[in-house]
Design a protein around this ligand. Structure first.
Ligand SMILES: *Cc1c(COP(=O)(O)O)cnc(C)c1O
Length: 374
């Protein structure tokens, strides 16, 4: 059996030929393909402004900077996400204020987020975990009432919808990732949607050295910007991906439906909430019933690898990493994030997977649980 990874990008021959064409064109850094990709993303998001960059991590950091967030400010964010979500808050000099997640949705608890607001709070930074939108009505109701900015970490959520509206087509600043593991890719890449006016100008300046040129070609530097511009080669990959986004996500939903049907090992795994409404199913992340297995998660993952099946871990609780412990957090602070961080496994899910692959994964899990029941 060939190795089945937990994720793999799908890149068609037309895209590969298009990349070769860009490489031969003589213009491979940021240029016309970047503009085309931004226009295509903007059209996809109902006309909102979009600026692409080298990663979602860069885009999140720039989003915080253009909101004016820095030393002395607090940003409320979930204790369970990819660590970039919290790192960028630290990188701009602000303080990440963690709140726990909900077990079913894996999204930040909004009541806890509201309780965590202090006079220093400047923004809410939720994650649409695994592609499931947070409750946008409630999120923006809190933000409005408390006068807070929102930077949505939508790294998992391109194509997700809230009450029929695409994530990124409304709301405050919304950040997508185009890392190869995400639902569409530019190899490495990310984007900010929703910046307007002076903030949009600031996004562009942060992205490229703070530099502008006037009509005479004279340079001016407005702020000490970084270097986060995407290349045309990468943008061409994204342009080849976008037309497939809806069908990729439909395929993900179909595969997840199959998992819900077939994945019934004994002892049972705790599955994420079933609701498919507006869900891009970036990742399928059940919890291992470790209390009923004579097996650690690492051993489970090794057994799956032994059967040529890749399994990921998304994600350990952020506050228990060394750096965040050093900021004063401790075990027990966010019990659901900690439980998910200990028990979660990411099963194979990507558009090119066959139905038979889901059957293979489920059969392997059943056999492993059978052999290691406590
Ligand atoms: C992948 C990811 C990021 C970072 O994306 P990059 O494009 O790799 O920088 C941020 N937040 C979450 C939740 C992610 O999954």
């Amino acid at each position: 059996m060939p190795f089945l990874p937990f994720t793999r990008p799908t890149i068609d021959e037309e895209t590969i030929a298009g990349v070769a064409e860009v490489l031969r064109s003589g213009w491979i850094a940021s240029g016309p393909k970047v503009q085309e990709l931004e226009a295509a993303l903007s059209a996809y998001l109902g006309g909102r402004s979009v600026r692409v960059m080298t990663s979602a991590t860069e885009a999140l950091e720039i989003a915080l900077r253009v909101c004016g967030i820095g030393p002395g400010d607090e940003v409320i964010t979930p204790a369970m996400s990819f660590v970039a979500t919290a790192n960028v808050i630290c990188r701009v000099g602000a303080k990440p204020v963690f709140v726990d997640i909900e077990l079913g949705s894996r999204n930040m608890s909004l009541p806890q987020a509201e309780s965590a607001v202090t006079p220093r709070t400047k923004a809410l930074m939720p994650v649409h975990f695994g592609g499931r939108p947070v409750d946008m009505d409630r999120l923006y109701e809190i933000a409005k009432r408390r006068g807070l900015r929102v930077v949505e970490d939508a790294a998992h959520a391109i194509g997700s919808r809230w009450r029929g509206r695409k994530i990124g087509s409304f709301g405050d600043l919304v950040v997508f990732s185009f890392h190869p593991n995400k639902n569409v890719t530019t190899i490495e890449g990310g984007a900010i949607a929703g910046a307007e006016g002076a903030e949009l100008t600031a996004v562009e300046r942060h992205r490229f050295h703070g530099l502008t040129k006037d009509e005479n070609g004279d340079a001016e530097v407005h702020l000490p910007g970084g270097k986060s511009n995407l290349s045309d080669v990468a943008a061409r990959v994204g342009l080849g991906q976008l037309p497939h986004l809806e069908s990729f996500n439909a395929r993900r939903r179909a595969l997840v439906a199959r998992y819900f049907e077939l994945l019934q090992p004994e002892p049972a795994m705790l599955l994420p909430d079933r609701s498919d409404e507006g869900h891009s199913w970036h990742a399928f992340t059940p919890l291992l019933p470790l209390d009923r297995l004579a097996l650690t998660r690492a051993e489970f993952i090794r057994e799956m690898h032994g059967r040529d099946i890749g399994v990921g871990v998304h994600y350990p609780a952020i506050h228990l990493f060394k750096h965040y412990l050093s900021l004063g957090h401790r075990e027990g602070d966010f019990p659901i994030a900690e439980r998910v961080g200990r028990e979660t496994v990411t099963l194979p899910l990507f558009p090119a997977m066959a139905d038979g692959d889901v059957e293979r994964v489920c059969a392997a899990i059943t056999a492993i649980f059978e052999a290691h029941r406590r």
